[in-house]
Design a protein around this ligand. Structure first.
Ligand SMILES: Cc1cc2nc3c(=O)[nH]c(=O)nc-3n(C[C@H](O)[C@H](O)[C@H](O)COP(=O)(O)O)c2cc1C
Length: 442
C-alpha cells in the first residue's frame, strides 16, 4: 500500500523516575522527580505536544519492580529503574483536562485486572475526553507483575496471548452491549437508555467469566483506539487481530523494514486487507551542532552503571544477567518474558553476534531504539528518510530528560517536518481515531 503523505508522531512517557533513559532523574535539567507530585508538569507536556500537533502522548507502564537481576529488587530501587511504579491512568485524565485535541495512549495489562474493569476504566476516560484515548494492551511479560498480582500460573508466553484473546473478546462484547442507538437521553419522556436494545454479556470461557452489561456510554467515535506491540509470531498474530496501531522497536532500519513486512504478512494471514498502522520507537537527541548533541548523548550514557541497565534488561528478558559474562556473545535464550524485545536486542545488521555489554549499551538510554543524534535539521532529515525507507506510519519518541526533550522537539524539529510537508500544521479532526486516519488538506 502507498505510504500516507503525513507522518504520525507520539511521545512516550512513563509515570516513574525516568522514561527509557536510565538515571535521567539525576540530570540537573530534568524535572521529572518534581513532576511525580505536580499535575502542572504533565499538563505542560500535554499542552506542548498539542501545540506541536502530536497525534498522542503515550504512557508505557511497568506495574511492578523487577526482581530478576541478582534475584532481588535492589538494583532497580537503588537506581530508580522501573521504579517507582506509579499508575499512569490518573495522568490520562489530568492531561486530557489540559487539552482538547491531543490523543493519550496508555498501557494497561491484561494481567491483574478483569475485562470488565479494564473496559470500564478505558471507556470512561475515552468518553470523558471525547474520544481521545488509546489503550496499549500488554499481556504482562514481567515476572514481578505476576508475583505482585498472584497470577504466576499465567506466565507462559503464548498462553498469556490466549488469555488476552479471551479477555479482549469479552471487552468487544461489553462495547457492543449498549449500542449508540439505545441511548436516548430523552428528557421529555424520561428515557435514558432503551432497555430492549441492550445486549447483556454472558461469557463462561476457558479462563474468564463475565455476566454484565457494558458499564460506559458509547462514545460517538467508537471504542478507544487499541494499541499493541506483540513482536513474536504469537504476539504479532494478537496485534494484527486487535490493534488499530502497532508499536515496534528495532535497532536498525534493516530490522524495521523486515518487521513491517512481517506485520503486513501477519495481517494478510489473519484476513485483514489494509496494512496496519506501524509506529517505530526512536530517540532524538538534539544539539546546536552535531558535536554538541553527540557530547550530550555520551555524557548521559556515561553516568549509567552497568548494574542499572542489567537490572532492567534482566527483567525484560526474564534471565538473571549477573550470571553471564558481559563480554560473551548474547546467545539465543529461551524466555517466557518478552520474545520480541530479546530478538530486537540481539539483532545485528552486520551479521556479527553482539555481546551482552554491547546490548547493555543499546539499552542504557533507549531500550534498543535507534538514537537520532544531531541538529534539529539532521534529526528531521533522518526521520523523513527512515519513514520513507521503511514505509512505517510514524514514530513514538522516547525522551532523554524531561520536559526539555518534549519542548525542544516541538520547538525545533516539528517546524522543519511541517516545512517539509510531511507533518500536519493543525489537527484535521478532534479524536485520536481522526488524527490517525484523516490527512490534513495540503
Ligand atoms: C513501543 C513499545 C512499547 C511497549 N510498552 C510496553 C509497556 O508499557 N508495558 C509492557 O509490559 N510491555 C511493553 N512493550 C512490550 C510488549 O508488550 C511485548 O512484550 C514486546 O513487544 C514483545 O512482544 P512478544 O510478547 O510478542 O514477544 C512495549 C513494546 C514496544 C515495542
Amino acid at each position: 500500500m502507498a505510504q500516507a503523505s503525513q507522518m504520525h508522531l507520539l511521545q512516550m512517557l512513563i509515570h516513574s523516575a525516568c522514561t527509557h533513559s536510565l538515571m535521567s532523574w539525576t540530570d540537573p535539567v530534568d524535572g521529572q522527580l518534581n513532576g511525580l507530585q505536580d499535575f502542572a508538569y504533565w499538563q505542560d507536556i500535554a499542552r506542548t505536544l498539542e501545540r506541536g500537533c502530536f497525534d498522542a502522548a503515550f504512557f508505557a507502564d511497568s506495574p511492578a519492580a523487577h526482581a530478576v537481576y541478582q534475584g532481588s529488587v535492589d538494583s532497580c530501587v537503588r537506581y530508580g529503574v522501573s521504579f517507582p511504579n506509579h499508575d499512569p491512568m490518573p495522568l490520562v485524565a489530568v492531561m486530557a483536562a489540559a487539552t482538547t485535541k491531543l490523543g493519550i495512549g496508555v498501557t494497561l495489562s491484561t494481567t491483574g485486572t478483569s475485562p470488565y474493569l479494564a473496559m470500564r476504566r478505558m471507556s470512561t476516560l475515552n468518553y470523558l475526553s471525547r474520544g481521545r484515548v488509546g489503550w496499549n494492551i500488554v499481556t504482562g511479560f514481567s515476572r514481578g507483575e505476576h508475583m505482585s498480582n498472584g497470577t504466576q500460573g499465567l506466565f507462559s508466553h503464548d498462553e498469556r496471548y490466549d488469555y488476552a484473546d479471551e479477555f479482549m473478546s469479552i471487552c468487544y462484547k461489553l462495547w457492543d452491549s449498549v449500542p449508540p442507538g439505545a441511548v436516548k437521553m430523552d428528557k421529555q419522556r424520561g428515557v435514558f437508555v432503551e432497555p430492549s436494545q441492550v445486549v447483556p454479556v454472558n461469557v463462561d470461557g476457558k479462563f474468564l467469566k463475565c455476566q454484565a452489561i457494558g458499564p460506559v456510554l458509547p462514545q460517538a467515535s467508537g471504542r478507544p483506539i487499541l494499541m499493541q506491540a506483540g513482536a513474536s509470531g504469537r504476539g504479532m498474530q494478537f496485534a494484527v487481530s486487535n490493534a488499530d496501531v502497532i508499536f515496534a522497536i528495532q535497532p536498525h532500519v534493516s530490522g524495521m523494514k523486515k518487521s513491517t513486512v512481517a506485520i503486513n504478512a501477519a495481517a494478510r494471514e489473519a484476513g485483514i486487507t489494509a496494512d496496519p498502522i506501524v509506529i517505530y520507537g526512536v530517540q532524538p537527541i538534539l544539539g546546536g551542532t552535531e558535536a554538541e548533541a553527540k557530547a550530550r548523548a555520551k555524557a548521559m550514557e556515561e553516568r549509567i552503571p552497568l548494574d542499572a541497565i542489567l537490572a532492567r534488561l534482566s527483567g525484560v528478558i526474564g534471565h538473571d544477567l549477573s550470571t553471564y559474562n558481559p563480554d560473551d556473545a548474547l546467545v539465543d535464550m529461551d524466555t517466557q518474558a518478552s520474545h520480541g524485545l530479546l530478538a530486537a536486542t540481539a539483532s545485528s545488521d552486520t551479521g556479527k553476534a553482539i555481546t551482552l555489554r554491547e546490548a547493555a549499551q543499546r539499552w542504557a538510554l533507549t531500550v534498543t531504539m535507534p538514537q537520532l543524534i544531531g541538529t534539529p535539521q539532521q534529526v528531521a532529515d533522518e526521520m523523513i528518510s527512515i519513514w520513507r525507507e521503511t514505509g512505517c506510519a510514524g514514530f513514538n519518541l522516547s525522551p532523554t530528560t524531561n520536559p526539555d526533550s518534549v519542548h525542544d522537539f516541538v520547538d525545533h524539529v516539528v517546524p522543519l517536518l511541517q516545512q517539509a510537508g510531511v507533518f500536519r500544521r493543525e489537527y484535521a479532526g478532534s479524536t485520536l481515531r481522526e488524527h490517525l486516519t484523516m490527512e490534513q488538506a495540503a
